[in-house]
Design a protein around this ligand. Structure first.
Ligand code: URA
Ligand code: SF4
Length: 218
């Protein structure tokens, strides 16, 4: 580990810009050293989408392809997400998509970079970016994709298995918050029938989101 060459502070808040707009935030996040993850990743992967989006999707952290592209959800998990959104009648251009953690965390196995889960300290260090994105966009609906995002927003005791597809109202983040599975969890289900069921449940959750979003715009 090159830890000595990777100075960090304790949180991303040390790098927040004075003016909180999406472009200022995106620019400032490029230089974040709020935790050690910046050191080995290629670049900060900031959120993407319109500043007036009604719905904000929050994943875990960028994957290998996102790390290279600098955009969230453009790899295999992104393709699953796009497909499910399309089936649910949600246009990706209209929603804001981001991650709980903005740098790719991985372990090297030969030439491959294998995703490794961010720890609670890294999630906490990175939260000021997410908080600022929410502060600017003010989404009516926040969708947590997977347990990491859900626990970052709802606390470490949150159980996705108990609360998948449920709307929480008047949360500190948004008037409506729903947690569902992470799209890449669907890629890892080996049994085809179970995978289809889990995918259908994911699409059903996104349909609830679509319906709620339509009501919010009326
Ligand atoms: N998985 C995530 O959680 N986010 C991405 O951007 C890509 C994969
Ligand atoms: Fe900063 Fe977040 Fe990257 Fe850590 S993961 S360096 S807190 S942007």
């Amino acid at each position: 580990m090159k830890t000595q060459a990777c100075p960090t502070t304790t949180s991303a808040k040390d790098f927040l810009p004075k003016r909180i707009t999406l472009s200022q935030l995106r620019e400032a996040a490029k230089g974040c050293r709020g935790c050690d993850l910046y050191c080995h990743a290629t670049q900060t992967v900031f959120g993407r989408g319109p500043a007036n989006a009604i719905v904000m999707f929050i994943g875990e952290q960028p994957g290998d392809q996102e790390d290279h592209a600098g955009q969230p959800f453009v790899g295999p998990a992104g393709r699953i997400l796009d497909q499910a959104m399309q089936q649910a009648g949600i246009s990706r251009d209209e929603v804001y998509v981001t991650n709980a953690v903005k740098h790719f965390k991985f372990e090297e196995q030969g030439k491959r970079r294998i995703h490794s889960k961010p720890n609670p300290r890294q999630i906490k260090a990175c939260r000021p970016w997410l908080e600022s994105e929410i502060q600017v966009v003010k989404p009516r609906i926040v969708v947590a994709l997977g347990a990491t995002a859900a626990r970052s927003l709802m606390g470490l005791s949150f159980r996705l298995t108990q609360h998948q597809g449920e709307f929480f109202e008047n949360t500190e983040w948004a008037p409506y918050l729903l947690a569902t599975v992470h799209p890449s969890s669907l890629l890892r289900i080996p049994d085809e029938a179970s995978r289809h069921r889990a995918k259908a449940a994911f699409v059903a959750d996104l349909k609830l989101v679509a319906r709620r979003a339509r009501r919010a715009t009326r």
